[in-house]
Design a protein around this ligand. Structure first.
Ligand code: GDP
Length: 463
């Protein structure tokens, strides 16, 4: 990122037209820039009060032309998001209005902010640590209640506080181990047993956090469920029924869903990505071949699979092949189109599902009328929580954090080995230091600059 002495500006709201749009400024010159553009009866940049709203008109400093009637919101440093002087203009939310106001701030001496630069400044100014900054991006991207809850906890510093306390314990144990080098006499040597016990307790907590990694992955990327079945069994219709919206192409010609359609929905508070695959059967045209390859690929990368059969048609070898291809990850078997068959047949179908996975639940649904869909959803939620539930309140959502925790765990295992083998405590002390440093990277205390930049590069402009 370029100099932090610059004053930066960006449109902080989304690109679509909306009732309100915000242009945000941050930096030592924010008030001077604002004073150049904004005229309000009560606004004077020298005396304007922090955390106050001023009403006025924004002008283009090059032409003097009025651009918008707006509200100016002022946060003086250090009590602002970035820790610098921050000015936010609440304008009318049209893309042209907003880009004109942004361009006026640039003409008045600000420069365009880079992605994540506001939050990067907040990090540099100590307003939040790296884990909290990452949680800001998670909050914006959250697609389910569970993801939002985890992001809020992390933004509040719950994970950071926990990491800090583990680190303090490790640094204490490190000091004990280092000190024990200075003593010759056994009697008054520092207590390495106590140090080992402390290391074990830190290890247990790290392991508890690592057990949440799977749930974290689900919260971040969604639990992926591929819907497979022969052409025309109703996969697209089922996806729409589960997603509650008409997104996938529903057509009655076999093999028309040639591409993969994905839809993320919130089921039981968890983000679930439903993947509609092309029919798994012997292909005729090349396009279909590509579709089938993608379907197999999507199935391989899915966390679970829904196998769909057509209740109104005979069960065939092709159905069996689909089932066999997916059986190791099959979350449920769905007999679709129950509305087309008499209730007596529906009963018999239930007992006709393919063995050997008798534990796989079977559902009779109609994707068209919606019959049986709630029960199917409930079973999916049950399946997902069994697959990814974790008792811990903090969830490790980021791969970066998981890697750091894993590194710390390995270093601690090595330290404990040295201590148990009654070797030189200096070896254990080095490992403990390494574990403490690994933990510090989670909050950004010792994180390499390139990694920090990478974290902020994933943010949007204006955040
Ligand atoms: P896909 O090829 O497996 O994705 O199947 P589609 O979702 O495109 O559906 C194929 C045809 O079956 C369409 O004409 C749907 O309207 C119809 N269909 C899907 N589900 C049902 C259902 O539950 N009941 C009835 N009666 N028709 C259905």
């Amino acid at each position: 990122m370029t100099s932090i002495r610059d004053t930066i500006a960006a449109i902080a709201t989304g690109p679509a037209p909306g009732a309100i749009g915000i242009v945000r400024l941050s930096g030592p010159d924010a008030l001077r820039v604002a004073g150049t553009l904004f005229r309000g009866s009560r606004f004077d940049p020298r005396t304007a009060k922090s955390h106050r709203i001023y009403h006025g008109v924004i002008h283009d400093p090059r032409t003097g032309e009025a651009l918008d009637e707006a509200l100016l919101l002022l946060f003086r440093r250090p009590r602002s998001y970035t820790g610098e002087d921050v000015v936010e203009f609440s304008c009318h939310g049209g893309p042209y209005v907003l880009s004109s106001v942004l361009s006026a701030t640039i003409a008045a001496g600000a420069r365009h902010a880079e992605p994540g630069e506001f939050t990067y400044r907040a990090f540099l100014n100590g307003r939040m640590d790296l884990a909290q900054a990452e949680a800001v991006a998670d909050l914006i991207q959250a697609r389910s209640a569970g993801a939002l809850r985890a992001a809020l906890r992390q933004r509040d510093g719950c994970l950071s506080a926990r990491i800090a306390s583990l680190r303090t314990t490790l640094l204490g144990a490190h000091a004990t181990l280092e000190a024990s080098l200075e003593y010759d006499a056994e009697d008054d040597a520092p207590d390495t047993d106590a140090a080992a016990a402390a290391l074990r307790s830190v290890m247990a907590d790290i392991e508890a956090l690592l057990r949440t990694v799977k749930l974290g992955r689900v919260l971040r990327s969604g639990y992926r469920i591929a819907i497979v079945g022969r052409p025309n069994v109703g996969k697209s219709t089922l996806l729409n029924a589960l997603a509650g919206r008409d997104r996938a192409i529903v057509a009655s010609t076999p093999g028309t869903t040639r591409d993969i359609v994905e839809e993320t929905v919130s089921l039981g508070g968890l983000p679930v990505t439903l993947i509609d695959t092309a029919g798994l059967r012997r292909p005729r045209g090349e396009v279909e071949q590509v579709g089938i390859e993608r379907a197999l690929d999507a199935t391989a990368r899915a966390d679970a699979v829904l196998v769909v059969f057509d209740a109104a048609r005979r069960w065939t070898q092709a159905d069996r092949r689909v089932f066999e291809a997916a059986s190791d990850r099959c979350a449920a078997i769905v007999w679709n189109k129950s509305d087309l068959v008499p209730p007596s047949l529906v009963e018999r179908l239930a007992s006709r599902y393919p063995s050997p996975t008798r534990s796989t639940p079977v559902f009779l649904v109609s994707a068209v009328t919606g019959t049986g869909i709630p029960a199917l959803e409930e079973a999916l939620v049950h399946h997902i929580s069994r697959d990814s539930d974790s008792p811990d309140v903090d969830v490790v959502v980021h791969e970066r954090h998981a890697e750091a925790l894993d590194l710390a765990k390995r270093a601690l295992l090595s330290a404990l080995d040295h201590l148990e083998a009654a070797e030189e405590p200096v070896l254990a002390a080095d490992d403990v230091r390494e574990a403490a440093d690994a933990l510090a990277t989670v909050v950004g205390a010792t994180t390499n600059e390139d990694i920090v930049r990478e974290v902020f590069r994933r943010f949007c402009v204006g955040k």
